[in-house]
Structures are given as structure tokens and as C-alpha cells.
Design a protein around this ligand. Structure first.
Ligand code: ZN
Length: 413
């Protein structure tokens, strides 16, 4: 039972006599938390898959296609594409999204009259769709380690921490327009911001908010970091920042065994984006070793090549099964996958929750159809694994945000 704010007021098998109730023949999981999104990239998802014979297509050539998409995107397009994306995230069982936002300025690279114009459009899209959003405007300053930005990056650029903080502050009223919106901050990556300014951004920023950044997605990035900073990206972050639960490091694909152990023990959390990492040929994150050392992680849809959280969880698990040649990659696989991505995802969005469902906590849930044959025959012991390893969006009856249906099967607009 929920109150008018969508907060859970009772939990139990016995319904109080004075409460009207809607009965649903399904099984509810806590809503999935999407901890990493670049909404505008949904405008090109699946459009960079024709590979010319005799050429090499990798992360860096994909990035050129992504820049071409970013060059002309208007505020209206940003809002339209984000609205469509967020509706489809709800349809896939996500109830919140962290928008890692760097498409800040107009197509000539000049700030909009409202510095946070593009971020405000993302918040408006989330409101239209009904999803929770944490807007994370990030500082983007350089083209690469020690290099000036390329013309195609002009819409992303703030030159100084002062410029970035003005943008961040301008984002506060945008976030205040929607009761389900929150704010985070961060830097794009070590390759996009000077090391001293990464430290200044963290030190001078609002330390009550989650801090996000990309790290160690590509081998070339690790090599350039070694050449420029004398350290690998994750190594540098461990040595120079007070990493803690406040930090959310996206990807961290390429780490040594020592970095993996230290990062896990630092309390910082990793955001894994298996659909995108697979699509871009990034590599495979050392998840078994990281988890064994106590590391925590969330998931994100990043470039949005896949929007199904269960597909992304399977990618994660199957990648590890393939390289370790065993099936029990995690103790109690499905439970571990759902549990860690829920709590780490909540922290990535700046939320504090006690449990999946708890009194006084918002009712955010995705409901799977127990009439579907594979779920109908699963029984309590196998129901969660049956959902995690077999379900797709057609198995979903609906998604609840703050106790209201934000999506119901058959009612998709
Ligand atoms: Zn990203």
C-alpha cells in the first residue's frame, strides 16, 4: 500500500480492511537503476554498424560517428529523443536514469542563453516520460591528454573550473523543476580534463552529490595516460583522489590485478555498461576478481545499443563464464546481480534506500507476468533466476514509479 506521494505505507500478505487494492498477477522486482546514459546517442543507436571492408572500425571511429550526431542536435531534438528513450527505459523495467551530460552548448560552441538549456531538456523529457533522473553535467575541457579540443568537440567544452561550476549551478533550477530529479557532478574523464582541474573540480564541488567520471575504457587511453601522467587512469585516481562511495567510475575495463583490488577496497563503485562495452569492442571488465575483493558495481545503458537490463546482466555474467570456463561465477548469481546493481545504482543516482521495498520508501518496481510459461513453472526457488536469465520486455506487465504505473503493457503511447 502506498500513500499519495507513492511512499510505501504497509507491506504484507494481509490487506487492511479499509484499503482499496489493485491485484496484479505478477512478480515485482525493485525498479532497475540505469547509472549511465548519454541520451542523445539514442539518436544514432544501431546506425554505426556498417563496417567498410579492409578498414578498422573501433571505439575511436565510432566516436567520430557519435560526434557527427552531436554536431547538429537541437534542444528540441534532445528533448524528443530523450523522451522516447526514457519511455523505452521504463518499458524495460528501469525506474531511474543517471544522465551523464556533456552536450552543453549550441552547434557553434557558444553557451545557450540559459547555460543549462540542454540539461533542462533532459529533465523535461524525464518528467514527460515519468522516470526519475539524476542529471550529472560533467566538465569537458580537452581533446585528449594535453591536447586542445577538436572542432567536433566544441559543444562540450568549458575552459576552466569556474566556467564548469557556473554550468553546474545553472543546472540546479533545471533540476528543481521536477520533483523526481536530482543533481550530480563530475568530469568526463582524465583524457578530457587536466589532472589539476580534475582535483579542483572534486575539491571545490558539492561533495554531498555523487561524482561521476569515465575511466580506462580503452587500451590507447591507458597508454596515453601512462605517457602524460606517468600512471594508468585508475592507478592515478587511486593515488590522487580520496576515492569513496561518492565516486562512480564508468567502465574501468582495463585494470591491473593491483588496481582491481585497490579499487574494490576503496569503496568507490564501478558503472558497467556491458551492451555498449561489447558493441564498441572495449574489452571485458575483471568482474569476478573485483567482486571477490568486495567491489560493488551498477549498470548503465550508455550508448543505448541495448535497453534491457536483464540482457546487460546476462552479458556481464556470460562474459565472465566464458573467460573463466565455469557457470557459478557469483555465489547465487541472479540474486547477486540484482542486489548489487540495485544498491550501487541507487547510490549512483544520489538516492539512499534501506531495502528493495521498505516502509516510507518510494514504491518503484517492475512487474513480470507470472502467466508466462517459463515463469509460471519456475516456483519460488527458481523464479528470480528464471526472470534474470530468460525474461525480455514482453514479459513485463508494467513499471511503477512512486506507486503509479509509468508504463503498462498494452498502453504504450
Ligand atoms: Zn559514457
Amino acid at each position: 500500500g502506498v500513500d499519495e506521494q507513492g511512499l510505501i505505507r504497509y507491506l504484507g500478505a494481509e490487506k487492511p480492511a479499509d484499503v482499496a487494492i489493485e491485484t496484479v498477477p505478477g512478480a515485482a522486482l525493485p525498479g532497475f537503476q540505469n547509472a549511465h546514459s548519454h541520451a542523445f546517442q539514442y539518436g544514432m543507436a544501431g546506425h554505426a554498424e556498417q563496417h567498410e571492408p579492409g578498414t578498422r572500425d573501433d571505439f575511436w571511429s565510432w566516436r567520430e560517428a557519435m560526434y557527427a550526431c552531436a554536431e547538429t542536435f537541437s534542444p528540441e531534438q534532445n528533448e524528443q529523443v530523450a523522451t522516447t528513450l526514457y519511455r523505452h527505459l521504463l518499458r524495460n523495467g528501469y525506474t531511474s536514469v543517471v544522465e551523464f551530460h556533456y552536450l552543453h552548448h549550441d552547434p557553434t560552441g557558444r553557451p545557450y542563453a540559459n547555460l543549462a538549456e540542454m540539461g533542462e531538456r533532459l529533465v523535461a523529457a524525464a518528467r514527460t516520460a515519468g522516470i526519475k533522473i539524476t542529471l550529472v553535467p560533467v566538465f569537458y575541457q580537452k581533446g585528449d591528454f594535453g591536447r586542445e579540443p577538436a572542432p567536433r568537440q566544441r559543444r562540450f567544452i568549458s575552459n576552466t573550473t569556474d566556467e564548469y561550476f557556473k554550468l553546474l549551478e545553472a543546472s540546479r533550477p533545471a533540476v528543481a523543476q521536477y520533483g523526481r530529479a536530482r543533481l550530480g557532478y563530475g568530469v568526463h574523464s582524465l583524457r578530457a580534463v587536466e589532472a589539476a582541474d580534475v582535483l579542483a573540480t572534486y575539491a571545490q564541488g558539492p561533495n554531498d552529490l555523487p561524482f561521476h567520471l569515465h575511466a580506462a575504457e580503452q587500451i590507447l587511453e591507458v597508454e596515453r595516460s601512462l605517457a602524460h601522467l606517468g600512471a594508468r587512469p585508475v592507478e592515478w585516481l587511486l593515488d590522487n583522489l580520496p576515492l569513496s562511495e561518492q565516486f562512480h567510475l564508468v567502465h574501468c575495463t582495463h585494470m591491473t590485478a593491483d588496481e582491481t583490488r585497490r579499487l574494490a577496497q576503496s569503496g568507490a563503485q564501478v558503472v558497467l555498461c556491458p551492451g555498449t562495452e561489447g558493441n564498441l569492442g572495449d574489452g571485458i571488465f575483471p568482474l569476478v576478481d573485483y567482486a571477490a575483493a568486495g567491489g560493488r558495481w551498477s549498470i548503465g545503458t550508455d550508448s543505448h545499443i541495448s535497453l534491457n537490463p536483464l540482457e546487460d546482466l546476462r552479458w556481464l555474467d556470460y562474459g565472465q563464464r566464458l573467460i573463466h570456463r565455469r557457470r557459478n561465477t557469483f555465489a547465487d548469481g541472479a540474486t547477486t546481480l540484482v542486489d548489487t546493481t540495485f544498491f550501487a545504482g541507487q547510490r549512483a543516482g544520489g538516492h539512499r534506500v534501506a531495502d528493495y521495498f521498505a516502509l516510507g520508501q518510494p514504491l518503484d518496481a517492475v512487474v513480470y507476468d507470472l502467466a508466462q510459461p517459463l515463469l509460471a513453472q519456475a516456483g519460488p526457488a527458481h523464479l528470480l533466476p528464471a526472470i534474470v536469465y530468460t525474461a525480455d520486455p514482453t514479459t513485463i506487465l508494467g513499471t511503477l514509479v512512486d506507486g503509479q504505473w509509468a508504463y503498462q503493457a498494452g498502453a504504450m503511447s
